[in-house]
Design a binder for this molecule. Sequence first.
Ligand SMILES: Nc1nc2c(ncn2[C@@H]2O[C@@H]3COP(=O)(O)O[C@H]4[C@@H](O)[C@H](n5cnc6c(=O)[nH]c(N)nc65)O[C@@H]4COP(=O)(O)O[C@H]3[C@H]2O)c(=O)[nH]1
Length: 799
Amino acid sequence: MLTVYDCIVSEHDLRLVALAALVCALASLTAVNLLHHVRRSGHSSRIVWLGIAAASTGFGIWATHFIAMLAFSPSLPTAYNVVLTVISLIAAVALTGIGFGAALLPGLAAAPWIGGAMVGGGIAVMHYTGMAAFEVAGTIAWDPALVASSILLGGLIGAASLFVALRSFSLRSKLVGALLLTVAICSHHFTAMGAVAITPDPAIALSPSSIRTEWLAIGVAFVSLAILLLAVVALSLDIRERRRASLEMERMRDLTDAAVEGLVLCNGDTIVTVNQSFARLVGLTSDQIVGQSLAAWIPDSSKRDNLFAALGQAVETELRNGDGTLLPVELIARQINYNGALHNVVAFRDLRDRRNAEAQIRYLAHHDPLTGLDNRASFDQRLDREIRLHRRAKRQMALLCLDLDGFKEVNDIYGHATGDRVLQDIARHLSAVLVDGQMLARLGGDEFAIIAPLVTDPAQVGQLADTLLKSLKWDEDGVPAGLVSVSIGIALYPSDAKDRTELLSSADAALYRAKTEGKGTYRFFEAAMGAQIRERRSIEHDLRSAIANNELSLAYQPQAQVDTGEVNGFEVLLRWTHPTRGKVPPSIFIPIAEDSGLILKIGEWVMREACHEAATWMRPLTIAVNVSALQLTSDGFVEFVQSTLSQTKLPPERLEIEITETALIRDPNRALQTLQKLKALGVNIAMDDFGTGYSSLSNLRAFPFDKIKIDRSFIQAVHTNPQAAAIVRAVLGLGRGLGLPVIAEGVETSEELRFLGLEGCTEAQGYLFGRPAPIAEFVPLINDNVVVLPQPLRRAAAD
Ligand SMILES: Nc1nc2c(ncn2[C@@H]2O[C@@H]3COP(=O)(O)O[C@H]4[C@@H](O)[C@H](n5cnc6c(=O)[nH]c(N)nc65)O[C@@H]4COP(=O)(O)O[C@H]3[C@H]2O)c(=O)[nH]1
């Protein structure tokens, strides 16, 4: 280093050294600017601008060398070989051009380094060719170490200069790049000059054809002037380009800001600009984002690689936003030519809404939207899985099927909104009872099911059912406690079933038993239940086609005066003659018809047939028709009765509707409204089976009854059970008190009739007067005023 320093200080004119450095710096700055211009140029003008850049830089290197040589004063005569001097200039221009071309090769990350190193090589070739042109009256000796160092310095610093200069479009990059190129040229030159040792030799003469130093100075001055001109051109180009770039940037920003998707423009991995959508997406300002690496926002490197490997194809990954949280995004990358260079544009589409929608769809596919519980599909999957696991582990599990009692009434009376709230409440209460591993699902309507895995003792499941039932004792939304209850059927795997379908049907059978044996309770499956359920389903199935198949008929049972035996009217009783089962008792098929809703259609048929029949009788006898709760509360029942009466021309006062007390309890307001309307039509209303239900005095007063029917179970026990006799007496007294006639049902013996006569009962019905039979058997009764009571009984009643 000292040799180089000594060489500069003691053997050079420092003013000219400074001039050389200035020319060099000017040439380097011009070179960097023109290089950027080449990069921005279109294909056709690229080669022209590359030539201009190469010429300016080559001239600059050459001029720097020769000004520095002019500054060199070995105190001996010197001159320059013309040919070699020209070759050195050509070499400088050509090798710089090749280096620049290499540095701008697209798609090669190391291109600026390689190109820069080639420019460094060009500096060395120019210098040593120039030194070969140098003639001096002496011999020149070279220090090989310094020669090698000079070449290395030029190459390395040259490589670094182009890398820095081309890294970005910023002014800083350009200035630092130009400075490094200046250092590369100067450091090479002066290190190489430090390697020179001249020994004066008067015997060596300068060749006559060589140019004198003075002439060289003039040539160098011209070249320097040319560099100055090129620098001005480069500067104006730079200013123009900057203005154009800023306009282009502004236009692009306006355009990209209009886009809904986040857009990011990258030079390599560095973010050059972003639109407002992207800034909003990450929650930062664009100034905070620009200049950063794309990797900072897309942490998954493999997804980043995929993005650029398959341009134009969507890649789903995560975006890290300003606060460090990750957002699901879809990316598409494309390449565009921006400011003369290829850039990557990455579009970011926020996938949160889509993901939420997908999650919602997935949720809905497996859950009941009203209660949030798992739905049937999800339940079936889980049950299958649990059965597999328990089979493998040889363990026991339980399935509990739950059904709401009285839910239909809640919907009818309080409306569907209340019904929905009741279901939600029930779901919440039941869920609160369950422990980890147990699953509650809503299978539809008012049906729920619970899977209880790993049961060691059935008593455990009984306790669970008890707790579930207790959890539902509540009073909410104005729905009275007790109106809604839950019945539970329990089946165990593997003892009650081998697969899901069988397990469900066993639990269903147990549920049916629970419902028929009191409601609000639970039952375990028993083998016999399966057969009962199948039987019930078969009856329900056949009942559906019973009207169409003419399998239904009506039986008529007389109702008579206790004292005279005179017939007042008939009660209509439904009969079903099944093609294979024969006569099916009403006690079997009527509850099935009521549970399945078939009673609505069947009841209409009964009413129409009965009114039609009664209208044909010569005597104006009454006709009593049983009406079930479902009919009474069904829409349009009153209108139906009215139109039946007018169609059959039966006077309304001849029709009597028999209603049990339970039909009133389910929906008292609606029942009251219906009964009042029927009453207004002129129809009579009888309370059936009095004594078996609630036997509420308030019901008798609140509803517009015309008659009370004492249940046959009391009549038949009047002589064996003093309590029954007391009840009959009490009901008769009640009737008298309220001014309501009382009819006794199921009178079979003359003793029963005598008892009723003595207690003041005016009307009776029973086998004693006649069994229910087709109307054809009562033809004389309906046409003549015939007393039906046998003589001895008439006497008994009269006694
Ligand atoms: N042991 C005995 N029984 C007697 C005597 N007199 C009448 N019965 C029976 O007592 C039942 C009286 O009908 P219910 O209390 O309205 O009870 C009826 C009624 O609730 C229902 N039912 C029958 N027909 C209809 C109908 O058309 N519509 C509706 N909704 N229910 C009906 O089925 C129930 C049973 O009907 P049935 O089996 O016909 O049974 C009838 C009748 O056959 C007697 O002296 N001794």
